[in-house]
Design a protein around this ligand. Structure first.
Ligand code: ZN
Length: 493
């Protein structure tokens, strides 16, 4: 008889919003760090004792705790889940007073099967147990001066004076060295992985690392998330129940995917021209989950970073899943109505704004761009959507998301679009702004007429519809409006 387990998962709700709810990078770092520490294996083991063990079948991710215990008598099961949840919630609450947590559980032979058939559907239906921050004991307490969210519990010295802080902001009010030196924090781990000087103290200092032409006051916020992992895991869980080899492959694949995320982050960070020039960390990671990443970096580095990350992640995941994918697709071919699976990829949302723009709004906008990118390609291709808040305002962008393959060809060769963008970047910025105005006012032909007059028609021609079939898309796959937007932060070759 095969043994079955009860799996109990814990996670933070809207974690990116929570981490970035205070104004300064110092507070975000402290919260990221506390979260990583609180959810580290050793801390969780200490809390749960003999009640459960760490679930090694799931991949590693910040802010996520996965536990399991052998299924025993049914009357005892729910009580044990409840006790576990009480313990873990209390522990997380102590460390992260202002966060919201949830927990979901289910039982079965393997984590992936339980995840695909029980945990994910339950979470989707909202059948989870929530743990919310306690409401104020004294309703008349002054609000916290840092987050303006929770009531203050005391007055504390901060960098410049003293402030009334809530419990959560008090946790965030620690010196920088305490958080960056920690090897569990996303930033500490990245530093340890690639060995560079630490990133600057604040977001304005980070923006100041950009090139002279960038104005040195703009940052990009990049949110990345894997595509179609749910579909893949579900297929794996279904076929795994009939195939021994697939069953054993499952646990390895989970950790191979979180490894691919970390490796892609390291490679994309190391390969930035700015990193090489300064030998300093120029990317500040806020969240690094299983296949889920949120970072800030100087605006003029964002396209390098994003395209390299997506390509590197796709390549590594492809390698790690190739064998299993082939086997799965052979099995699926025998079953009518099941389409062949594509290897999972990742998509990105990129938002450009001034360094002083609140990070919580940027992280929310980057998340929305990420959803647009995923939706546009049904999660079946690596894709990207972006927004430049300074140039275009905070509303959803007018241009459609792009597939990664339009901007980057395999093996880092230039695509026709990337080549054309390198040409467009050479047109002076003031002139590109005029072309954008002409495009918005009169359409592509008006813009083309102006470009022709000043001798830049060749630079914009690849982004114009072919003449005379004006309703056809441009040959390089990007329209002029999107190209002018991309060119603002496109790296000069
Ligand atoms: Zn606060």
């Amino acid at each position: 008889m095969t043994s079955t387990y009860v799996y109990v998962d814990f996670g933070a709700v809207r974690i990116q919003q929570y981490l970035t709810r205070t104004p300064g990078l110092r507070g975000h770092r402290a919260a990221s760090n506390s979260l990583a520490q609180a959810t580290a294996d050793a801390a969780v083991k200490h809390v749960v004792g003999d009640l459960a063990e760490i679930n090694r079948e799931s991949g590693e991710a910040d802010g996520v705790v996965s536990l399991r215990f052998p299924t025993g008598a049914s009357e005892e099961r729910e009580g044990r889940v409840r006790r576990l949840q009480d313990l873990v919630f209390a522990h997380l609450r102590r460390v992260l007073p202002g966060a919201e947590f949830h927990s979901v559980w289910g039982e079965g032979e393997s984590y992936l099967a339980v995840y695909a058939h029980v945990l994910q559907p339950k979470a989707h239906r909202g059948e989870v147990r929530h743990d919310l921050p306690p409401t104020a004991e004294f309703p008349l307490a002054v609000p916290c001066r840092m987050c303006h969210t929770d009531p203050a519990v005391g007055i504390e010295p901060v960098l410049d004076g003293s402030l009334a802080l809530c419990l959560d902001c008090s946790m965030r009010n620690v010196p920088r060295w305490q958080t960056v030196a920690d090897e569990n924090s996303p930033e500490g781990r990245l530093l340890r992985g690639i060995g560079l000087a630490p990133a600057p103290d604040g977001l304005t200092d980070l923006a100041a690392l950009g090139s002279k032409d960038s104005g040195r006051n703009h940052l990009a916020t990049v949110a990345v998330d894997g595509n179609a992992f749910g579909v893949f895991f579900k297929a794996l869980a279904n076929e795994g129940s009939r195939d021994e080899e697939l069953r054993t492959a499952k646990a390895e694949i989970s950790s191979a995917l979180s490894d691919a995320t970390r490796a892609a982050l390291e490679v994309a960070t190391l390969e930035l021209p700015l990193t090489m020039e300064r030998e300093q960390l120029c990317v500040v990671p806020h969240v690094v989950g299983g296949d889920d990443v949120l970072v800030s970096l100087p605006a003029d580095q964002a396209w390098w970073f994003t395209l390299t990350f997506l390509e590197e992640f796709g390549r590594r995941v492809h390698e790690a899943t190739a064998e299993v994918m082939e086997k799965l697709n052979k099995l699926r071919a025998d079953r009518p109505g099941l389409p062949a699976l594509e290897p999972p990829t990742a998509s990105a949302g990129v938002v450009f704004a001034r360094a002083r723009h609140p990070l919580n709004l940027l992280s929310e906008s980057a998340g929305q761009r990420l959803s647009e990118a995923k939706r546009a390609y049904g999660g079946r291709r690596a894709s990207v959507q972006w927004l430049d808040i300074t140039a275009d305002g905070p509303e959803a962008p007018a241009h459609p998301p792009l597939a990664l393959s339009v901007l980057r060809s395999e093996g880092r060769g230039q695509t026709p679009a990337a080549k054309a963008l390198s040409g467009l970047v050479k047109v002076p910025a003031s002139h590109r702004a005029r072309l954008m105005e002409a495009l918005r006012g009169g359409g592509p032909l008006t813009a083309a007429a102006i470009a022709d007059r000043v001798g830049h028609l060749d630079a914009i021609r690849p982004f114009l519809p072919p003449f005379p079939q004006h309703d056809q898309p441009p040959a390089v796959g990007i329209g002029l409006g999107a190209a002018l937007g991309l060119a603002r932060w496109w790296p000069c070759a």
